[in-house]
Design a protein around this ligand. Structure first.
Ligand code: SF4
Ligand code: SF4
Length: 433
């Protein structure tokens, strides 16, 4: 008897290909931290199989390992059998949230943020405005001065310290519906603005649009788009994620663009897996396939279609962190490095274990700080001391690595790959090259 009773259960095709070889164990950050088989990829796949076959109930011994997984997909890179551990985990979380809906404070937080705020750009903007008010009005100084911050857990205090200043206007407000190509037009792209990128890192979206236009692409910004739904998929809130996917599929297919561009690794992985998410939706399964065929990470896109290397110099030593959802989920590893190598003056110093998770993993650093902290500590120990800038392609990693820099009293800047490209193009403009 299958104990997964709701739509989209983990399928036998996915978990049965595990041959128990254990090659994934040493790649798994939670296994390395705990030494516990249940907290390993192989252990988690086994648990999912056991619930599927009715040998185990959805109980705490199942729920904890499934939610303690970072969904970092390092196991997928290591696995010779191609087990899709990340998708299995996401589907299992969907089942858990149907079997055991969150209640009390956690239920309220999940409902307010995952179902109420993130799918709604207007509410997200309002939250951003409140945050900006807090940052700008002197309230932050007051809160810090009175020591009230110390009432919060340490990881929340650190987050508050490194949170970027919310700009007065989101990228959705600043960008026109069409940013025209500069020079000869090579095609058109649709830009996904995201949720965190749009509000907290609006400048990265603006840089992305500039770089795309600079390389000959019309950049369309469909106003009907919404957040990609990655946070919801990771949290097991699949019904909300599906509604968001429908909205994005409609918005971008109607725009009729050649490509759909994303600059956040976690979002890119979710967008590329919309077909899987929408497989039981008769109306959208096919459209999801059309949408997915157009999605590219910004670094992947520039290398695929070709770009003009910037002529402006940025004299700096950098190191690159492979965001899990770029390296392991999307297999985008060489392209960001190629972009960095093409910037005059940039010296790339490789970081040891650059593709090991930093502990951010969506909101994992908030829900599982006990595990996220030691994982971040290991990451920071691998940062080459001579690097002046830490480069990466995911906002969650940027926040987490900024926390790491703050905790270790380091002084590196944390910068998105495309922002560095944009700096070089801006330097080119200034020099008149
Ligand atoms: S996704 Fe990451 S944390 Fe989860 S089982 Fe795989 S390697 Fe371990
Ligand atoms: S590497 Fe793949 S096949 Fe081997 S135990 Fe891990 S998940 Fe199973």
């Amino acid at each position: 008897m299958n104990n997964f009773k709701w739509p989209d259960p983990p399928s036998v095709d996915k978990y049965s290909v595990c041959v128990h070889c254990g090659l994934c164990l040493q790649a798994c950050p939670t296994y390395l931290e705990t030494g516990n088989e249940a907290q390993s990829p192989r252990g988690r796949v086994d648990l999912i199989k056991a619930v599927s076959e009715g040998r185990m109930a959805i109980n705490e011994s199942f729920i904890d390992p499934v939610f303690r997984c970072l969904d970092c997909r390092a196991c997928e890179t290591a696995c010779p059998s191609g087990v899709q551990v990340g998708t299995l985990i996401e589907e299992a979380r969907g089942q858990i949230r149907q079997a055991e809906p969150l209640t009390g404070f956690k239920g309220m937080v999940s409902s307010v943020f995952l179902k109420g705020i993130f799918p709604n750009p207007g509410r997200l903007k309002a939250l951003g405005t409140l945050t900006r008010l807090y940052q700008k009005s002197g309230m932050r100084k007051l809160v810090r001065g009175t020591g009230a911050m110390r009432l919060l857990p340490r990881h929340l205090q650190d987050m508050e310290r490194v949170m970027p200043e919310v700009s007065a206007r989101t990228s959705r407000e600043v960008l026109p519906p069409l940013v025209p190509a500069i020079g000869e037009k090579r095609g058109s792209v649709g830009l996904i603005l995201g949720c965190v990128m749009d509000v907290l890192y609006a400048d990265i979206n603006l840089a992305t649009a500039r770089v795309l236009a600079r390389n000959g692409f019309d950049v369309m910004v469909p106003q009907a788009q919404t957040c990609c739904g990655a946070l919801q998929v990771h949290a097991g809130e699949r019904p909300t994620a599906k509604l968001m996917a429908r909205q994005n599929i409609d918005a971008f297919l109607e725009a009729g663009v050649d490509y759909i561009i994303i600059n956040a690794a976690g979002c890119g992985a979710t967008l590329k897996e919309y077909e899987d998410l929408m497989q039981s939706d008769q109306e959208y399964a096919h459209k999801a396939g059309q949408f997915v065929a157009k999605v590219r990470d910004i670094a992947e896109f520039l290398v695929e279609v070709g770009y003009e290397a910037p002529k402006g110099r940025v004299d700096v030593k950098v190191t690159y962190h492979d965001a899990c959802h770029l390296a392991h989920a999307q297999k985008v590893r060489t392209q960001p490095r190629q972009l960095l190598h093409s910037i005059p003056g940039v010296e790339l110093i490789e970081m040891r274990d650059s593709d090991v998770c930093c502990g951010s993993a969506g909101i994992y650093n908030l829900t599982h700080p006990d595990m996220a902290e030691p994982i971040l500590d290991k990451k920071m120990a691998n940062v080459p001391p001579e690097a002046e800038i830490l480069v990466m392609g995911n906002p969650g990693c940027m926040m987490q690595m900024s926390v790491g820099v703050h905790r270790k009293a380091m002084d590196q800047e944390v910068v998105h790959t495309i922002s560095l490209m944009d700096r070089a193009y801006e330097a080119e403009k200034r020099s008149g090259a």
